[in-house]
Design a protein around this ligand. Structure first.
Ligand code: HEC
Ligand code: HEC
Length: 354
């Protein structure tokens, strides 16, 4: 009996539809539309916040320039959740900025500095007054702040300040103004309420500026992206390969959640290809931990490994590569977890290749 293969033309058709759709919206310079497509999922339909900070607050809009908004969208916040939008044209980004401004057309009023700051003093002040929210080194709060017990539209984790995207976008005046004014409606208080003097503020601004010196010079090639999938060739026949993988999963105290044919539900009942099985596994604790770090992890949970016997009789097992999505999500907190997951997958896959 010939082994049935999946239907590549179906997937190609779906992909073409997808690109036709993206191609269409690609050209638009309608700020509202662009915001809905690129930003609303995180910042809320009306910019009132979600996984991303609220963008409508008066204290925010009066303390940042159009240039700041433009650069923040262009560069994102590398290593944080906020992506860079390198593929959008200047005109499109300007349209998004205009749309953000349309929510609360308030005059931008930055507060200029008059005194000289001392970054060393700023370091101490930062440790005392800022680190508990922004992290000891200014890398920002951890996680998305979104979890099962927290409402979606509450002010979220403190942004990273030790961040090339933030520092490229924010002038000294913007940082100073944010400190002096605070952001009413969020946990970020005005400096006076925190008990800081004008000199303290100047010192902290200089300290935050000094972060810039630690960044790698631009132009250094980024590490090559990890392969999207992990693949192992089995030395055993199909059913023994499946058994070995199941044993390896259980040995790691992970539970096998379910197992079905790859084409289950796509073909008539009883017609499934029994030589292509997907094994789902995980633990509730692992799932909760990962979702708290980044809700988008839900796309890849529970863990799954697919075992397939090919036409030539060779048996292979594949999984996604967690290192790849760790980098896609631009979330530094995922780095450690995706490394751990990667090692777990690798260890399980190695059980079949010896
Ligand atoms: C109680 C927690 C908390 C403390 C303490 C705190 N911040 Fe914040 N900070 C936040 C939050 C939350 C935001 C994001 C506000 C928003 O959603 O607009 C923020 C925003 C900022 C921003 C704007 C960042 C951006 O991306 O726009 C700067 C700059 C900043 N804080 C600096 C400081 C400094 C310096 C201190 C110490 C003097 C400090 N913060 C203390 C919670 C805090
Ligand atoms: C995947 C989620 C996500 C998407 C998509 C996203 N953002 Fe963000 N954005 C964030 C997060 C999270 C932050 C806070 C940065 C941090 O934690 O360091 C942020 C920060 C910002 C800031 C800085 C706010 C401040 O307080 O200074 C602006 C401005 C912004 N985003 C605008 C946008 C716009 C406009 C878009 C669409 C073109 C967009 N974002 C898309 C998650 C997102």
């Amino acid at each position: 009996m010939p082994v049935r293969r999946s239907q590549p033309h179906l997937f190609i058709a779906i992909f073409l539809c997808f690109f036709a759709f993206v191609g269409n919206v690609n050209a638009t310079t309608d700020g509202a539309k662009l915001f809905a497509i690129h930003c609303a999922a995180c910042h809320g339909d009306k910019g009132d916040g979600g996984i991303g900070v609220p963008l409508t607050l008066p204290d925010f809009l009066t303390s940042v320039t159009d240039e700041y908004l433009f650069q923040t969208i262009r560069h994102g916040r590398p290593g944080r959740i906020m992506p860079a939008f390198r593929h959008l044209g200047d005109e499109q980004i300007r349209a998004i900025v205009e749309h953000i401004r349309s929510w609360a057309p308030k005059e931008v009023k930055l507060i200029p500095g008059r005194i000289q700051g001392n970054p060393e003093k700023g370091r101490e002040i930062f440790a005392r007054y800022c680190a508990r929210c922004h992290g000891p080194l200014g890398r920002g709060g951890t996680g998305t702040g979104v979890n099962f017990t927290r409402l979606h539209n509450l002010p979220i984790v403190a942004p990273g300040l030790n961040n090339p995207g933030f520092l490229a976008a924010a002038s000294d005046d913007i940082i100073r103004t944010t400190l002096l004014r605070g952001r009413r409606g969020t946990p970020m208080l005005p400096a006076a309420k925190m008990g800081l003097s004008e000199q303290d503020v100047e010192d902290v601004v200089s300290f935050i500026r000094s972060f810039e010196k630690q960044f790698q010079p631009a132009g250094k090639p980024a590490a090559a992206p990890a392969k999207p999938a992990l693949i192992a060739v089995s030395t055993k026949p199909f059913s023994e390969t499946v058994e070995r993988i199941e044993r390896a999963i259980s040995a790691r105290r992970l539970r096998i959640i379910r197992k079905h044919s790859l084409d289950d539900g796509l073909v008539a009942w009883g017609e499934e290809n029994k030589k292509q099985q997907v094994i789902y596994f995980g633990s509730i604790r692992q799932i909760n931990t990962l979702l708290a770090i980044d809700p988008r992890m839900g796309l890849f949970l529970p863990n799954r490994i697919t075992v397939m016997e090919q036409d030539d009789g060779k048996v292979i097992a594949t999984s996604i590569n967690p290192l790849r999505f760790g980098s896609l999500f631009n979330n530094a907190n995922l780095e450690h977890t995706s490394r751990e997951l990667h090692d777990t997958y690798m260890a399980i896959l190695q059980e079949i290749s010896r």
